[in-house]
Design a protein around this ligand. Sequence first.
Ligand code: A2P
Length: 320
Amino acid sequence: MKTITFENGDKMPMLGLGTWKSAPGEVYQAVLWALEAGYRHIDCAAVYKNEKEVGDALQKAFQDGLVKREEVFVTSKLWNNAHEEDQVQVGFKQTLADLQLDYLDLYLIHWPVSLKSHVMFPEKGADFLTYKDVPLSVTWKGMENLKKEGKVRHIGVSNFNSSKIREIMDSCQIKPEMNQIELHPYLPQEKLLAFCKEHQINVTAYSPLGSADRPSARKKDSDPVLMQEEAVRKIAERHGKTEAQILIAWSLHRDVAVIPKSVNKERIEQNLEAADVRLEDSDVRAISGLSTSHRYIDGTFFTEVPGSPYEQADLWETDS
Ligand code: A2P
């Protein structure tokens, strides 16, 4: 399994289990199947509302001797309504309690968007109550405190474009070590990847399979279906692999960590086996031809709300 090596020598397996959209009632078993199959990286977030159950599964795995804590790389994310410096501690403590851990391997600011503490998502009609302007440098200070206190081993961001990362880097003591972003062949993120590489920031791809199970509020009729692309199907056929395995292998080939979500035992195992798929240059070229800059998770749920101070340009690169 390919790994990312952080500056202090810590390693993160580049293929992990995603838990966004994994329902309570399903995610416990999914995490255990994943650990049994050999996954050693689990991606979580407070807003997924399933961290308690992920924590139960981790505890079970530790108690049964399946894995030791230090053998599993666990990531979580700070939600948008806890961006004040002292609230970072509060959000983090809740996640740590839910996951039943005493440290996290990686903690990320989930979005460069701040909401008032009682608001989970912007609500139509409550526009002027919804947004609270907390500079990212303030939130980042809270993240740095967690790292200095030894509660998290690494800190980073998610859904950040290069100018938002710069905003942090202009005033930080500890630079972001990770940016987790939507990334798949429709949205290869060339420009942002180059920026992150230049600044030694690692990248993790979310929605690598096109997130077909995303909530209906995040779907548009015009959304193309990544898993049904002919180019991917042909390559899969030639390698005797599945489309999902090819899409995962494509991220790994580009040295991007990848966190496919599944709650199905066979698919969890199948996705891990993608680590052994070696793509040829011609495969990579054919897959790159699918690039359309299409985003499944476009962030309009933050920007297209009456009274929102955020615009699409606050979130995304203009030419990714
Ligand atoms: P399931 O959880 O039932 O396996 P993404 O990681 O891009 O968010 O995509 C997750 C979606 O892809 C889920 O609907 C998940 O369903 C499905 N999925 C995960 N792995 C595979 C696979 N190997 N083949 C087909 N679908 C998959």
